[in-house]
Write a protein that binds this ligand. Structure first.
Ligand SMILES: Cc1cc2nc3c(=O)[nH]c(=O)nc-3n(C[C@H](O)[C@H](O)[C@H](O)COP(=O)(O)OP(=O)(O)OC[C@H]3O[C@@H](n4cnc5c(N)ncnc54)[C@H](O)[C@@H]3O)c2cc1C
Length: 300
């Protein structure tokens, strides 16, 4: 078949629809149909990709009927979020707003309310887009992802799970069941910044920061950058120069220089050239660091 990538607004391929009610059933279907199968969560990425013939699945496995996949709860390990939890639920959850406000802030920037009512956090991560707006803040929160395998479940750091553009660490028959966000320090200031073509758009650049202060100096620090490399990254070099120092404008200028250095030079990137992304990452990082410090000061 000749494939043209024009969105015809119809799904050009016939496919078989499955709606398993257990993880074991979903996993068995994934194993049976291999590359011909695709998981359907909210469908806000998958369905447009099928219409554009970027994805050709002959078996679509809707995971909506597996009840344990949609949850937000606090456990002894931290906050657990099921893979099939809607972005709108994350945006509005009182628990998330209290414990990890960074996630409600980021979720609120994804598309429109209609998209957030359909789109899930698991879909956002598994789509493995460099610009995924939930991946950058989840990285800054040291998130551990949970993967179902019929032999037993597996945990990975989000950093390990995100392999690169379009790739996540899932073996045949496996699916993402959720994620655990370790409890954050009580005095952590957090901020998410994003720039896109329009307010409804995926990020051209996004930045997340999580900081605490101890005796006026930065104690705990995470800075992550999205949409600038094949997968969102933690900027370790910037974190290491910030930790143990008083937060000053000069220090932030030095840190954001290191953040901008993580932008990979790929002129082919459609939404903006590397030079724009470097400048935008510096501006967004200054804002994210400044807002996090202000919040950390109020919580200290
Ligand atoms: C108009 C519009 C605006 C958008 N704006 C934004 C934006 O601002 N920011 C942003 O980040 N994204 C944006 N998106 C993209 C999309 O809405 C999000 O990435 C959303 O979170 C995807 O979730 P979903 O549940 O719809 O995923 P789906 O489309 O159902 O799935 C996406 C991919 O992940 C796989 N998958 C889903 N769940 C699992 C699982 N549990 N285990 C294994 N694989 C799984 C699917 O097979 C598929 O390959 C936008 C999309 C549209 C159409």
């Amino acid at each position: 078949m000749s494939i043209n990538k024009v969105n015809t607004h119809i799904i050009p391929m016939e496919f078989q629809y499955h709606a398993p009610t257990t993880l074991a059933e979903a996993s068995a279907l994934l194993e049976k149909y291999g590359d011909e199968a695709k998981i359907l969560a909210g469908g806000t990425d998958l369905i447009p990709h099928m219409k554009q013939r970027k994805v050709e699945a002959t078996h679509v496995i809707n995971i909506k009927k597996i009840p344990e996949l949609a949850c937000i709860k606090e456990t002894s390990k931290g906050i657990e979020i099921g893979a099939n939890t809607k972005l709108r639920a994350i945006e509005l959850s009182p628990l998330i707003k209290e414990k990890t406000p960074l996630l409600s802030e980021a979720a609120a920037t994804v598309g429109s309310v209609q998209i957030r009512n359909l789109g899930t956090v698991g879909g956002n991560i598994c789509n493995a887009s460099p610009s995924a707006d939930m991946a950058t803040p989840l990285l800054a929160l040291d998130t551990v992802v949970n993967v179902y395998n019929r032999e037993g479940s597996k945990d990975y750091t989000l950093e390990e799970f995100l392999h690169g553009r379009g790739e996540v660490k899932l073996e045949p028959g496996e699916l993402l069941t959720g994620m655990t966000i370790p409890l954050q320090p009580k005095n952590a200031g957090m901020a998410f910044e994003k720039v896109g073509w329009t307010t409804f758009d995926i990020a051209t650049v996004n930045v997340a920061a999580v900081l605490t202060l101890k005796d006026g100096k930065i104690d705990h620090c995470r800075v992550t950058l999205g949409a600038c490399s094949p997968a969102p990254v933690r900027v370790y070099q910037a974190e290491s120069i910030l930790i143990g120092e008083e937060p000053t404008q000069e220090l932030f200028d030095e840190a954001v220089y290191l953040i901008a250095a993580c932008v990979e030079p790929r002129e082919s990137w459609r939404r903006a050239p590397p030079e724009y992304r470097r400048k935008a990452s510096q501006a967004l990082a200054i804002d994210a660091l400044t807002r996090s410090i202000e919040k950390a000061r109020r919580l200290a």
